[in-house]
Design a protein. Structure first.
Ligand code: OXD
Length: 310
């Protein structure tokens, strides 16, 4: 029995070392592509793994995401049917994402973009109004969306949350898909915060039709997945005043190509998929615990429902 770490784009030796300290002595932990015996691998920790690689592990039982998202695993045609899937849910990851969203919301609320532009011209100017009156709609009330909606409500904003199943969050008006369509939900707010998981149902959901239901001069924050946003529709909405500012951490293509129109758009703030980053030490604790649970036949932590996709 062995664990394979398959995360090609980063130095995972600190993660491997921490994992080894959490596992019983003698447990093998290998870093791809240096896998001495693929038939011994029962658990793989994955992030942006190369296509086809999972087909090489005949005894794989658990595919564990190194992040909160799991679409890279679920969309892999080589993922065998019986393999369990887990993901990272971690307070530090949640705090990072919460702070990113709060930063974006407060920047919008205080109109920082106005002052940055005025400063370029050395102009002492005050916008009208001084503060944006925001009504915030959080799309997705899962492990990230719930505490973020609560934190936004704690800052005094009117907050609405949209989810598939009914939720209750103090200070947040929670609406579920059985009560109202997402377009009707958009009609209640002027700031959309996307924290949805990527599934076939959510891809392309941030589109012209949805934006049409927002009042003119609305705002968008997407910290979930680039695939949620129809990028041409965002440009259209910004250029026609339906939206007046967007904060994007994720993109259809990452890294965002140098000739992409978003780079030059004054109303778009771009961050390079850094809203929240997995802490390797915390991820190692979860991975080691799940490896033990797998061996002992216990329920996994943060197991993913393949049907739901999260
Ligand atoms: C994640 C991410 O899913 O970093 O954790 O995007």
């Amino acid at each position: 029995m062995a664990i394979a770490i398959i995360i090609p784009d980063r130095d995972v030796r600190p993660f491997r070392d921490k994992l080894l300290t959490c596992l019983p002595g003698g447990t093998e932990v290998w870093i791809y592509p240096d896998i001495p015996d693929a038939s011994a691998v029962t658990m793989a920790v994955l992030w942006k793994h190369p296509p086809g690689v999972l087909a090489g592990f005949p005894r794989l039982r658990l595919a564990s995401s190194f992040g909160a998202g799991v679409e890279h695993i679920l969309n892999d045609p080589d993922l065998p049917a019986g393999v369990l899937i887990s993901r990272i849910v971690d307070e530090q990851l949640t705090t990072g994402m919460r702070n990113y969203v709060l930063m974006a919301v407060l920047n919008i609320h205080k109109q920082l973009r106005f002052y940055q532009a005025a400063r370029q011209e050395r102009r002492w100017a005050k916008p009208e109004p001084i503060e944006q009156a925001l009504r915030i709609g959080v799309l997705g009330l899962g492990e990230l969306g719930t505490p973020i909606a609560e934190a936004l409500a704690g800052l005094g904003f009117p907050v609405f949350g949209y989810s598939q199943s009914p939720k209750t969050i103090p200070g947040v008006r929670c609406i579920h898909a059985g009560e109202m369509t997402i377009s009707e939900f958009a009609g209640l707010v002027n700031t959309l915060v996307c924290l949805l998981p990527r599934t076939p149902a959510t891809e392309g959901l941030l589109n012209r039709e949805l934006f049409r239901h927002l009042p003119s001069g609305s705002f968008l924050i997407n910290a979930a997945r680039g695939a949620h946003l129809v990028e041409a529709d965002l440009l259209h909405a910004l250029d026609h005043g339906r939206l007046c500012e967007a904060w994007l951490d994720v993109f259809q293509t990452e890294p965002l190509p140098a000739d992409h129109p978003f780079w030059g758009h004054p109303a778009i703030t771009i961050t390079p998929h850094v809203a929240s980053i997995t802490n390797p030490d915390n991820a190692a604790l979860i991975a080691a615990d799940n490896y033990r649970r797998l061996q002992e036949g216990l329920p996994l932590r943060f197991e993913v429902d393949r049907e739901k996709g999260y």
